[in-house]
Design a protein around this ligand. Structure first.
Ligand code: PMP
Length: 359
């Protein structure tokens, strides 16, 4: 299939590329894409079913183009005095971020991030013809303020993208770092808080800074803590004028009536959906402690996954785990692997498989 045959008139810079995505393997324990391992509970399933049934009877009509009711509910969930006109929503935070790059990046414009970080970021830049520049995180995967300020000062980027907690390292940003970046960045600063609900006690959210920083954008998703990865609903909070800029680049009716109904019903049942988050945070800390006790290096994590290593041949470890029915992710700097937090039964199987592979 790839690379595509020469007759396909693909853009030159895409010619050698393959579609992005983690391996999807059947009949294994999936600890590779940071999903919530617990499916929606019975009340939520019933509520979503009812909402989708209602939406179905209006499917001859286009949906609410502005997704007003959903954005209002998302604002209510986030709190911090936010209202619907300061919320954007799209099909996953992947699409939210693409909208950000479409509106604020583009030809002749630059986006900056700090590696290792989420591997989709350079793809948003590529797809919007935005120049992509990466600085390096420190050895402990934090963003060094001096380095960040220097790079942003030199590059004068139109977009800065920072994940907090970061994927694949789990590292959260202190608000002082975010403020230092906002002080020097001439364009928009996106703090991607996809994993925010899993953060440890005392770790702040950049939502606190929104009122004083009109060029700050805080992105969230229902794919992780909300156990709604299959529903595809990401969202973002920012100044109302930033949201209006995103409305210019979105496709009309980008959020289907079914997506809007699903997400709204899920939000109304957020208590049930988020009920396992505390348990997952404890399991994350147990996972890190278990790995450390066996002599592995572990990055401090505020997310629902842990980056650990280092292995002289990480692919062999990854493959050995797959052979034992456990799928984790070969990602991050050389020698490291990332594992998502699963159910107790899944973790037990991961622990046993890793002991065997590394024996
Ligand atoms: N940001 C980060 C840091 C992520 O890890 C992910 C998913 N892996 C996303 C955004 C996108 O998630 P979604 O499109 O499902 O909202």
């Amino acid at each position: 299939m790839f690379p595509l045959p020469d007759w396909v008139p693909l853009r030159d810079e895409l010619r050698e590329l393959e579609p992005y995505g983690a391996p999807q393997i059947r009949d294994v324990i999936n600890l590779n894409v940071n999903e919530n391992p617990y499916p929606p509970g019975p009340e939520t399933v019933a509520a979503i079913t009812r909402a989708v049934t209602d939406a179905t009877s209006t499917l001859n009509r286009y949906p609410d183009r502005e997704a007003s009711e959903l954005r209002d509910a998302l604002a209510g969930y986030l709190g911090h005095g936010l209202t619907a006109e300061r919320i954007w929503a799209a099909n996953g935070s992947n699409e939210v971020m693409l909208h950000v790059l479409q509106a604020f990046g583009g030809p002749g414009r630059t986006a900056v991030s700090f590696a290792p970080t989420y591997s989709m970021y350079p793809e948003y830049a590529r797809d919007t013809h935005t120049q992509w520049v990466t600085g390096q995180r420190e050895d402990d995967f934090t963003v060094g303020v001096d380095r960040a300020v220097t790079l942003i000062g030199d590059e004068q980027p139109d977009v800065v993208l920072l994940a907090s907690p970061n994927n694949p390292t789990g590292t959260a940003l202190p608000l002082d770092t975010v403020k230092a970046v906002l002080d020097v960045a001439p364009g928009v600063v996106v703090i991607d808080e996809a994993y925010s609900e899993f953060r440890r006690a005392g770790t702040p959210t950049a939502l606190e800074l929104l009122d004083d920083h009109p060029r700050l954008l805080v992105s969230r998703t229902m794919s992780k803590a909300f156990a709604l990865a299959g529903g595809r609903l990401g969202y973002l909070a920012a100044d109302a004028s930033i949201i209006d800029a995103l409305r210019i680049v979105r496709l009309p009716y980008h959020l289907s009536a079914v997506s809007q109904a699903t997400a709204l019903a899920a939000l109304r049942n957020s208590a049930e959906l988020l009920a396992r988050v505390d348990e997952l945070r404890v399991a994350r800390d147990d996972l890190a402690a278990w790995l450390r006790a066996r002599g592995h290096e572990v990055a401090d994590s505020d997310a629902n996954f842990v980056l650990f290593g280092r292995f002289p041949d990480r692919h062999a470890v990854w493959q050995g785990l797959v052979d034992r029915g456990v799928l984790i992710r070969e990602t991050g700097p050389e020698g490291w692997l990332r594992v998502s937090v699963g159910t107790p039964a899944e973790m037990a199987q991961f622990y046993q498989a890793l002991e065997e592979v590394t024996a």
